[in-house]
Ligand binder design. Sequence first.
Ligand SMILES: O=C(O)CCC(=O)C(=O)O
Ligand SMILES: [Fe+2]
Length: 374
Amino acid sequence: MAAVSQSTSGGHSVSPSMMAEAIKAQEYLQQRIKAKTATNSFRTIPIIDLTRSFSDSLEDRQSVANEIHEACTKVGFFYITNHGISKDACDAALKLASRFFHELPQESKDAIHMKKSDQFRGYEPASFSSVVGDPTEKETKEAFNWGYEAGLDPTGGDGAYVELDGSSKGSPNQWPSEDEIPGFYKGIAEYYGEILQLCRHICRLFALSLSLPETYFERLTTHPGGIARLIRYPPSTNPKPLSELNTEEEIGLGAHTDYECFTLLLQDSNPGLEVLSPDGHWISAQPVEGGIVVNVADFLMRWTNEKYKSTVHRVVNRTERERYSIPLFFSINYDEKVETLPSCVSEENPSKFEPIAAGRYVLDRLALTVPGKY
Ligand SMILES: O=C(O)CCC(=O)C(=O)O
Ligand SMILES: [Fe+2]
């Protein structure tokens, strides 16, 4: 998850060493936004056809994993096609996003406002939060955020779900009333369930891509972290093409990296997502027919000893139409404390990182985006 509603993350205590690491990660992000290095620069985002990943042949599955390895070491972003989620299911989810923002009266949105949640859930009005943690940095997006609950998981989960801070409370999700938006929960559950299972499939490919046993991540994803959001970007009031000459952008979502393992992003047919090549060029992640965007996030970058890249991105709606997107930020079980992956360390390349629990890492990053709080 990129930073959302940081002003609601109260009560969280940060240990000095973890705090130092979170500060370093934040500084590293700022460096990447400003730095211009030719190393690892890219101009296109690879498209990976998942057809062979569903094959009975390990060789087929490994060949897709090899493409993922290439994309993650070079770009940190890729599209997947033939992923098994139908066009109808994707269209239905995007339609639900539009219904949420259009059909629900403002007072009903306010009734589930994110400030009522200590877990970043619910309705997030435009400019309520900013990924850079600076309230003067306005963003045009508005969103509805929810997280994993066992009822949304087609496997039913293992009953051991915990939140980011390691506590297990009841579901902190704030759902709109069924009377006002009939079929909303059911529609969300259908889409979320499919995406969650796709995330687990991708975990198997990630394992193969990192020369690990295919089932390596399975026991770590029995009650995964899975914050998702419906996002609406209003039409641009002054559309400008993506160009080096335009420095004043109408920022939908500021430049950031995601914090978890990886993100699966469904976007509608309007462009808006832009990915920063290390040489300073913004590359448009144009919608691809039937494609879902996958990007490596910071926890996975850390877990792979920085072998896999978590790449800076932002959203600018350059059209006169509304844009909708639905990211899901997939994490291993938040209470799982892990060391750098064994295939990413060697005598010549020792681990750069201490073991850390997945949820703790995300929470420390979020905490830092509350100006003056820690
Ligand atoms: O809306 C998009 O296209 C990207 C959203 C995103 O990057 C995020 O929510 O972290
Ligand atoms: Fe993001």
